[in-house]
Design a protein around this ligand. Structure first.
Ligand code: C2E
Ligand code: CA
Ligand code: CA
Ligand code: CA
Length: 273
């Protein structure tokens, strides 16, 4: 039995070593990809639910390998976070967005561009310096930007509170993302100041179903309204969901019903003046 225990211990150690080694090889692939066009951005329009007009877009990162295969952001972002590459990646993303914004803002100077923050971005002031630099040297203005942070992100970052309030004092809007999927949501909403609340797709999916949680979205909307937060619903796929949300006072939405994430050239082509 003792030797069996030792043997299974070895198997576990072997598996852990294998996973660690794979992470390291993904890290080195990602590190070099960051210097190439393998890493690029797509933009998913955010619409005004009552006019269906595109008022903004969320920037989403993509990784396409030279062999044409795509690696999903929910796979490579956690690896970038764990292997210390995320700051470099966020910098690259922000510079790309600043560059892309020139064409976007020519079409509509009031367009909003949303960017996702990772927990590590909220652990230091680097992000503040990057944002200041972009605002000083580019076409972007503070009121064109919306920075999104998830509850999970806020939980991990000790400086989150201070960094987010610094971002807001620059005149940049902040959103609590994937609302309802993290922990202790209520304390974040009352302690930190947000401008927008993004309702996670998992709640939008329950609209019109008999699922036990289908009433939850109703309460999330009511709560956001009582805290005077603007609401963006994500993952809207059906006209029925869009109508429900609009009838309950949700102003903004994104989802495949309106548009899928697209390259900046396509976005610019379709923005109304
Ligand atoms: P998220 O911030 O919740 O982004 C929304 C995700 O929902 C995106 O997935 C988007 O493509 C997808 N989506 C939007 N509408 C629909 C719909 O109607 N139906 C369905 N089935 N899906 C829809 P994506 O691009 O794969 O991103 C996944 C997550 O990776 C994001 O979730 C975000 O947490 C993270 N992420 C993406 N880009 C970035 C980035 O530039 N920086 C950071 N830190 N995280 C990012
Ligand atoms: Ca987001
Ligand atoms: Ca989200
Ligand atoms: Ca989500």
């Amino acid at each position: 039995l003792g030797s069996l225990g030792a043997a299974s211990g070895l198997v576990v150690m072997g598996a852990l070593w294998y996973v660690a080694k794979q992470r390291l090889s993904v890290r080195s692939l990602l590190k070099s990809a960051l210097k190439t066009s393998e890493i690029y951005m797509v933009y998913q329009p955010v619409v005004n639910l009552s006019t269906r007009e595109w008022i903004g877009a969320e920037a989403l990162v993509r990784w396409r390998r030279p062999d044409g295969s795509d690696i999903r952001p929910d796979i490579f972002i956690p690896i970038a976070e764990e292997t210390g590459l995320i700051q470099q990646m966020t910098l690259r993303i922000m510079e790309t967005v600043a560059h892309d914004s020139v064409g976007i803002l020519k079409k509509n100077p009031r367009f909003h561009i949303g960017m996702n923050l990772s927990g590590i971005d909220l652990e230091s002031n680097t992000i503040i310096e990057t944002l200041q630099r972009l605002l000083e040297h580019g076409h972007l203005r503070a009121n064109n930007l919306l920075l999104e942070a998830t509850e999970r992100t806020l939980l991990k970052a000790h400086l989150a509170n201070q960094v987010l309030s610094d971002i807001r004092s620059m005149g940049i809007a902040v959103a609590i993302d994937d609302f309802g999927t993290g922990y202790s949501s209520l304390s974040y909403l009352t302690e930190l100041k947000f401008d927008y609340l993004k309702i996670d797709k998992s709640f939008v999916d329950t609209i019109g179903t008999n699922s036990a949680t289908s009433h939850v979205i109703f309460h999330i909307i009511k709560m956001a309204q009582s805290l005077k937060l603007s609401i963006i619903a994500e993952g809207v796929e059906s006209e029925h969901q869009a109508r429900f949300l609009e009838q309950h006072g949700v102003q903004f939405a994104q989802g495949w019903l309106f548009a899928k994430p697209m390259l900046v050239a396509d976005l610019v082509d379709h923005i109304h003046r």
